[in-house]
Ligand binder design. Structure first.
Ligand code: NAI
Length: 476
């Protein structure tokens, strides 16, 4: 569409070829097009999204469009856009994209605002978010508009030292000075959000608990066919891919530490072990720590092993995991990366501002920080999610599971929030039956044959022949 902004439209043809290949690997999304396309459920609706602008996301965007939506999109990370994917979507002309690889922070928030701003309308009808930045912008925007209406003041972006928040305040300040109720109208117009990742769901739950959530949210992350597949098997594929593309280092024989043994950490740990590394785990949760032990991983604290580890990967969704003190003690050329949603898992600001530190840029998204004592640490993707910064994220097949859930979540928002007002401003899960449907759609292309439950067997274990096959509390 006319107002798209991408790096290079010349990459569109390459992007289109890869989109076509990806469609073949995304059976769930293609089945959704076939099932729901003819009835055009999203006709007349604006669905906007903030989610890594990759080839796989391109197939999601074109699926939402095939179901009738007008789509506007931006990336949810400054490094994660695949420029050929963005160009192909923009060139097709049905959806609008604001995204390029290597955005600055001000550009990132500009893109987010452009994505949220729908020409000729107050905002989008439904939102797709990954990590919660778009949701945050609407909530913060409305909050600042209310403050401005009350006392005529707006916070000064210079008043915060947080570079990211500075940009949020700047974008909102400019916007509110031009239109005093833009975000208030946007919040009223948006009927619901479907959130992709653990960290975004965490933010939503906090807002809901405080009664601050302005519209209902669907937690896509906790669909079994999302977090037990994308987070685990996606990272199992894309973590070593990114470390190898970035550094070409031999993983076999190295000591690799994975911080966090949740879904993402499990995938990372198995990948590093599969590549021949000796894997160490850090955990705060005794259950996850015990799981790691039972898989034969050594559970340690970073402090115990910091001088011996070759490759550090943070996968916690928490902050301050790899600190400056740790990096000071690491061995020369230790590799440091993060696969969690936000870059605050690694103390990047402290590292960048350490007196006497020198930065050697090896290539885009690979920097060697050299301490005054001469030892260096190799930081990947400036501490941002390494698999999308230094490689191309998860492969299409696993993203098909995640994104089929996104489409089902958007259809759920349509039925229960846009057409009817069944949901409160809270965080909801999709029914298990839909999770099972997403899995079913992905079995044939793997050549799997599912055993059919007999009526007698179904009665014996207390389920229906057609499912759902497990109780809601089952953990898989
Ligand atoms: P999770 O909650 O399943 O796992 C996180 C684990 O970290 C938990 O077991 C927790 O006990 C542990 N942890 C928390 N603080 C810790 C600390 N100080 N030290 C050691 N361990 C600690 O979450 P999940 O799904 O594994 O996600 C982790 C992060 O990865 C989130 O930010 C999520 O949004 C992100 N993510 C990234 C993806 C990618 O492609 N890069 C894909 C999916 C999720």
């Amino acid at each position: 569409m006319a107002d798209s902004k991408v790096k290079d439209m010349g990459l569109a043809e390459f992007g289109r070829k890869e989109l076509t290949l990806a469609e073949h690997e995304m059976p769930g999304l293609m089945a959704a097009r076939k099932e729901f396309g003819p009835s055009q459920p999203f006709k007349g609706l604006n669905i906007n999204g903030s989610l890594h602008m990759t080839i796989q996301t391109g197939v999601l965007i074109e699926t939402l469009a095939a179901l009738g939506a007008k789509v506007r999109w931006c990336s949810c990370n400054i490094f994660s856009t695949q420029d050929h994917a963005a160009a192909a979507i923009a060139k097709a002309g049905t959806s609008t994209v604001f995204a390029w690889k290597g955005e600055t922070l001000p550009e990132y928030w500009w893109c987010t605002e452009q994505m949220m701003t729908v020409p000729g309308a107050d905002g989008c009808d439904q939102l797709v978010d990954d990590g919660g930045d778009a949701t945050l912008l609407v909530h913060k925007g409305k909050e600042l508009e209310e403050k401005f209406a009350k006392d005529g003041s707006l916070p000064d972006p210079a008043s915060t030292t947080n570079a990211e928040f500075k940009c949020v305040l700047q974008v909102l300040r400019d916007s509110i000075q031009a239109d005093k109720t833009k975000y208030t109208r946007m919040a009223a117009k948006c009927k619901g959000v479907s959130e992709e990742t653990t960290t975004g769901v965490h933010r939503l739950r906090e807002m809901a608990a405080k009664g601050e959530l302005l519209f209902p949210a669907i937690n896509v992350n906790d669909c079994v066919t999302k977090s037990k597949f994308d987070n685990v098997y996606g990272c199992r594929h894309s973590l070593p891919d990114s470390i190898m593309r970035a550094t070409d280092v031999m993983i076999g024989g190295k000591r690799a530490l994975v911080a966090g043994y949740g879904d993402v950490g499990k995938g990372c740990a198995f990948a590093m072990r599969g590549a021949g590394a000796r894997v160490l785990i850090t955990e705060i949760d005794p259950i996850c720590a015990l799981q790691a032990c039972m898989e034969g991983f050594q559970v340690v604290t970073i402090e115990e092993v910091v001088g011996e580890v070759d490759i550090f990967t943070s996968a916690t969704g928490n902050f301050k995991i790899i600190t400056l003190e740790h990096m000071k003690k690491m061995k020369n050329n230790a590799i440091v990366c993060n696969i969690g949603h936000f870059d605050n898992e690694i103390a990047m600001e402290d590292l960048e501002n350490f007196p006497g530190i020198k930065v050697e840029n090896i290539k885009p998204q690979v920097d060697r920080f050299v301490f005054p004592d001469g030892h260096g640490v190799i930081v990947l993707a400036s501490g941002r999610l390494v698999n999308l910064g230094c490689a191309t994220g998860h492969p299409s097949f696993v993203m098909s599971c995640s994104f089929t859930n996104q489409v089902l979540a958007q259809l759920d928002i349509l039925e229960n929030c846009t057409k009817a007002k069944k949901y409160k401003n809270d965080v909801y899960l999709l029914p298990k039956k839909l999770d099972e449907k997403v899995a079913s759609l992905h079995l044939p292309s793997l050549g799997a044959s599912l055993t059919k439950l007999s009526k007698e067997q179904a009665e014996y274990i207390g389920v229906k022949v057609e499912g759902p096959f497990k109780m809601d509390h089952y953990r898989y």
